[in-house]
Design a protein around this ligand. Structure first.
Ligand code: MLT
Ligand code: MN
Ligand code: ZN
Length: 292
């Protein structure tokens, strides 16, 4: 199984267009940009699953040739389906950029489908341009069996109705039918549960939410008044952080993704980055290839 990190940043990317924080300034200066969170997965190197559709998708496709149609085809796509982990802007706006294809296949939870049909009617709008077939989990597509990793969450986009948030954010379990290799993909981790630990144990690779280093990162950097958990992200550091969890988890490859521009792990020489790497945990970047 081949996993390609197309975008490793959280919503806004790095640099974020309206941000002048130290990380964004450095990214502009060194021209090292990170696009918004997305990945592509293939069991056979021919057909691909797109994991979330970031607003930066056109650039991400252009940077990874296997996602473009191969000669002698004039039009077409190697993307067999688009799989969504949630209905946040940074994970769905790119769907609108796929409208030139006659048929699209989308996999998401019923809650996300409802969200993108009613509160944020992206799917009915897209449906005016092309046929969108929408299925839910579990499914088998392109030699990959795809199931959801359920997460308890208070987290939902501002445009979602507050009543029932079950299924609005999930993780993905992707298993190659042929090689039996398993990758768990969780760009949003609102909470760590026993059930989740059970379900990801024994995976070959875990790619997980690295949005924030600390609970009060946005507050102390003067960017927002909300804590990491309030924003739906377990921070990496601290006693109940994801680093503590990952340390004890029996998974050979662990990788942080969906990294916010405020996060000190983006700085190559930071103490925080060193603490992560000392645990044998990788920090993803755009264009990272993972082969299982
Ligand atoms: C999040 O996961 O919290 C998002 O990155 C928010 C957004 O896209 O605005
Ligand atoms: Mn996000
Ligand atoms: Zn910034």
């Amino acid at each position: 199984m081949h996993i390609r990190i197309l975008g490793s940043a959280a919503g806004g990317g790095v640099p974020q267009w309206n941000c002048n924080c130290a990380n964004c300034r450095r990214a502009r200066h060194t021209r090292s940009f990170l696009t918004q969170s997305s990945a592509a997965v293939s069991a056979d190197g021919k057909q691909w699953l797109l994991l979330n559709a970031s607003p930066d998708l056109l650039y991400q496709f252009a940077s990874f040739p296997p996602l473009s149609p191969a000669a002698p085809k004039l039009r077409g796509s190697s993307v067999a389906a688009i799989v969504l982990t949630d209905g946040e802007m940074d994970h769905v706006l790119g769907l609108l950029s796929l409208r030139e294809q006659k048929k699209l296949r989308l996999i998401c939870t019923r809650a996300v489908k409802r969200l993108l049909t009613n509160e944020f009617p992206l799917l009915p709008t897209l449906g005016k341009y092309c046929r969108v077939r929408c299925d839910t989990f579990p499914v088998q597509i392109a030699g990959v069996s795809i199931s959801k990793l359920e997460l308890p969450t208070e987290k939902a986009p501002p445009y979602s109705a507050p009543a029932n948030r079950r299924g609005v954010v999930i993780g993905l379990r992707l298993e190659s039918i042929r090689s039996k290799r398993v990758c768990a993909y969780l760009p949003g981790l609102p909470a760590i549960t026993k059930d989740l630990s059970e379900r990801v144990r024994g995976s070959d690779c875990l790619i997980v939410d690295g949005t924030f280093w600390s609970e009060d990162e946005m507050i102390s950097s003067g960017l927002s008044s909300r804590t990491a958990r309030k924003m739906g992200h377990v921070p990496i550091g601290g006693s109940r952080g994801s680093l503590e969890w990952l340390r004890t988890l029996d998974v050979p490859r662990k990788i942080y993704t969906h990294i916010n521009n405020s996060n000190p792990i983006l700085r190559k020489t930071s103490r925080e980055r060193r603490l992560v790497e000392q645990q044998g945990i990788a920090i993803s970047h755009d264009g990272m290839d993972i082969r299982l």
